[in-house]
Every structure is written in C-alpha cells, then in structure tokens.
Design a protein around this ligand. Structure first.
Ligand SMILES: NC(=O)c1ccc[n+]([C@@H]2O[C@H](COP(=O)([O-])OP(=O)(O)OC[C@H]3O[C@@H](n4cnc5c(N)ncnc54)[C@H](O)[C@@H]3O)[C@@H](O)[C@H]2O)c1
Length: 391
C-alpha cells in the first residue's frame, strides 16, 4: 500500500501498543473522534480494562497487533525503550504509525524507524505534542511573520524538585526512559523547530541529588548549550534537582521577544510599541487548570510522572485531542499543514534524537560535540532521506 492509496480511508481502525497513563488517554481521545475505532490493544499488564472500555480486542503480542487485519494504524505508547519494535513491525505490515516521544533512545534506531516507514510508504507521525499547543502555534506564526525579527537565542528551562518516589518506575531509569533530556524532549524539539537542527551541542551535569534505592539512575541536573551555525544559540536546563521550579521557553529576536510560560501559563510578545498576550492552551479554563496544577502540591515544578492509574489533566487532554485529530485527519485524506510537516517527514524525530545523542556524548566525553558526529552529515542535517519521499 502506498501512502497515497492508504490515505483517504472512510474509517480508521486503530491498534494501541501500550495502555498505561498516556496510551489510555490516546485511546480514549481516538475513540471519541468521528470515523475512528480502537479495535485492538496490546499491553502486557493493562490491556484488559482499556480494551473493554473501548470495545476493543486484546492481543498477546506486538506482532499480532501489527499484522491484525482490523488495524489500519498503530499508536505506539509503550515505554520509551519499547518504541522501535512496534514502529518497525507496523511499517512492515503496511500500517500507518503514530509514535509517542521520544521516538527512540538513539539516532540509529530513530533512523531505522523513519526509513522503515519510508520504505513501506506509510505515514509516521512523531508525537511531539507541544507543537499542538495553541500558544506555541501562535508564537511560531508570529515569528514566521517577522514579529520578533531574526531569532538569535532561545532559553528553555524545565526544572523542578523530585522527592523520593514510593516505587522507582521505568521513567526514572536512564536505560529505559533516556532520562530527563529524552523523556522531556519537547523543549529541545521546540527550539529546533524554531532555529533548525543544532550544529554543535554541549552538556554538563549529572546525578547530583537523587542517589540511592528510592531513586532511579537518571541525571537530575542537565545544563545544555546549542549552537546553530554561529547565527543563533540556545541554552536549556532540565532536571529534578532544582528547588526553584521553572518551566518556560524564551525566544529572543532582533526586533522583539516571545516568552512561553508553561508554569504561570500564558504567552507574551514584547517588541517596541507592541505587547501581546495570549493563551497557551485552547481556553482560559485549560490555562487555569495547568497553572493550578503547577502551583498546588500535585507537581514539583515541571516534574510530573503520569502513572497507569492517573488521567492526564484537562490541558493535556486538549492538546492530545488536537494532535490526534490532525493525525486522524491526514489518514482520512486531510490536507497536511506546513507547520506540522517536520512531524510527519521524519525530520523532527531524527533531529531531536541526533541532538540528544550529541548532548549525551558531550556529557560522557566532557567536550563540545558536532551533531554531524552523530548524523554523519555536516551542517546538522540528518542523513535520513525521509523528506525526499514526501511522507
Ligand atoms: N506527549 C506527552 O506529553 C507524554 C506524556 C506522558 C507519556 N508520554 C509517552 O507515552 C509513552 C507511555 O508513557 P506512559 O506515561 O503511558 O507510561 P506508563 O508506565 O503509564 O504506561 C506504559 C504502559 O506500557 C506497557 N508496556 C510495557 N512494556 C510494553 C511493551 N513492550 N509493549 C506494549 N506495552 C508495554 C506497560 O504495561 C504500561 O501499561 C512513553 O513513551 C512516554 O514518553 C508522552
């Protein structure tokens, strides 16, 4: 099946790999869309409850789900380490794919996934959900209109403090989640969606305050600088070793600046003679809900780890709805939007993982790393050929 033949279907039957905190939310959001059905669920621990809620069948293996004739598209929401296998199996079986972030925990795996989808001619969308926040879309639109001139610098901060957890989940283990940088790849993806792929990457940090049996082994304090061919720069901070919680992205241009506040919630443009504030999410209620969660005791700054027993907050359900409506719309033959092209041509996924890998290498070897050392191509461009095939 080519991509063109595959798109424009009347109804999409979804298979869900992973039915924990996020997979369940994705499944429920899909089931609520017109012309969508979740037909099959695979999860070694939590498939039954969601499948019965959504009127779906349970399969015992990823292979069975990916080759199921009643599945047109596979939604991958298994833990981060377990994305590669279902994506490649789905592609080999001619199924369209939506995969949660981080797409992979290494560039070579990411490339194999993108190339498998390319070869099969199926749609492969990266679940970089931040792109679907209304305020982020508006900020990028303003930047494209020249409202802040040429972007020179971005600062992204996602900091909080983490107390000992009753149980150490896969999300705290570097080998399974990739740690803060990969698990929260949103800000890195956003910065690169504005400035393009980074050319040089430097990271310092380590696990400075979360050692011992009540914690995983991820680094809890990461300080990053990125260079963009000498024309622009970025500084990012991530971690759970910060007692002063902060979560924002600041974009500085030659004519003005935009600050996306993910903690006190809202977006602001400042330029000489111009000030504009707008919502981050779809409504005052969603923005307020987010601000409340950050300010009450349910979060330590930007540190929140969903568990299978939890339901995502209102604002996150809203963004999931926007994101999946777009994916579903493409499968039904909808018009692709240029603003989201990088999510479906493989470039956002590969650029994010390439830069994350370059940063990891920088930390390990204590030096600045050219992203080309990871991708094999100078200028920070990924060596994949996804865009050329028009996925
Ligand atoms: N975009 C976002 O904002 C966002 C938010 C939360 C989670 N996520 C992503 O969603 C994915 C799932 O995270 P979560 O929060 O639901 O975690 P979770 O631990 O709540 O759920 C993971 C589920 O996967 C199941 N599982 C384990 N191994 C599996 C396998 N090999 N195949 C299929 N299922 C398997 C587990 O039994 C569990 O039910 C992760 O990739 C995570 O990064 C994204």
């Amino acid at each position: 099946m080519t991509l063109q033949e595959g798109l424009g279907m009347q109804q999409i039957r979804y298979g869900l790999v992973g039915a924990g905190y996020f997979g369940s939310a994705l499944g429920r959001a899909l089931a609520a869309l017109p012309d969508a059905r979740v037909t099959v669920v695979h999860d070694p621990l939590h498939a039954e409850a969601l499948a019965s809620e959504l009127g779906a069948r349970v399969t015992e293996s990823t292979e069975a789900l990916c080759s199921d004739p009643e599945v047109d598209a596979v939604i991958v929401a298994s833990p981060n380490w377990a994305h590669v296998e279902p994506v490649i199996l789905a592609a080999q079986n001619g199924k369209h794919i939506f995969c949660e972030k981080p797409i992979a925990l290494g560039y070579d795996d990411c490339l194999r996934m993108v190339e498998a989808a390319d070869r099969a001619g199926v749609l492969f969308m990266a679940g970089h959900v931040m792109n679907f926040m209304n305020g982020v879309r508006r900020a990028k639109e303003l930047i494209a209109q020249g409202a802040i001139g040429d972007v020179l610098f971005c600062r992204a901060v996602r900091n909080g403090w983490e107390e000992p957890q009753p149980e150490v989940t896969w999300k705290k283990k570097r080998e399974l989640s990739g740690g803060h940088l990969y698990h929260h790849i949103h800000e890195l993806d956003l910065v690169q969606s504005i400035l393009g792929p980074a050319t040089e990457a430097t990271m310092v940090g380590g696990n400075v305050a979360h050692r011992g049996p009540q914690f995983g082994d991820e680094d809890d304090l990461l300080v990053i600088t990125l260079e963009f061919g000498g024309r622009a720069f970025a500084a990012l901070e991530y971690g759970s070793a910060f007692r002063w919680p902060e979560h924002h992205v600041l974009i500085e241009g030659t004519l003005g600046a935009i600050r996306i506040d993910l903690q006190d919630v809202g977006v602001e443009l400042r330029a000489p003679g111009r000030r504009e504030s707008f919502l981050l999410h779809r409504s005052e209620a969603e923005d307020r809900d987010r601000a409340r969660i950050y300010s009450d005791s349910s979060m330590d700054g930007a540190i929140m780890y969903g568990k299978p027993s939890l339901v995502p907050p209102l604002w996150l359900q809203g963004v999931i709805e926007e994101e999946l409506s777009y994916f579903h719309g493409l499968l039904l033959g909808g018009e692709p939007l240029p603003e989201f092209a990088a999510l479906t041509d493989g470039s956002a996924a590969t650029a994010a993982i390439a830069t994350a890998d370059a940063l990891s290498l920088s930390l390990r070897e204590g030096r600045k790393v050219r992203v080309a050392e990871i991708t094999g191509v100078d200028g920070g461009r990924s060596r994949h050929s996804a865009g050329e095939e028009g996925r």
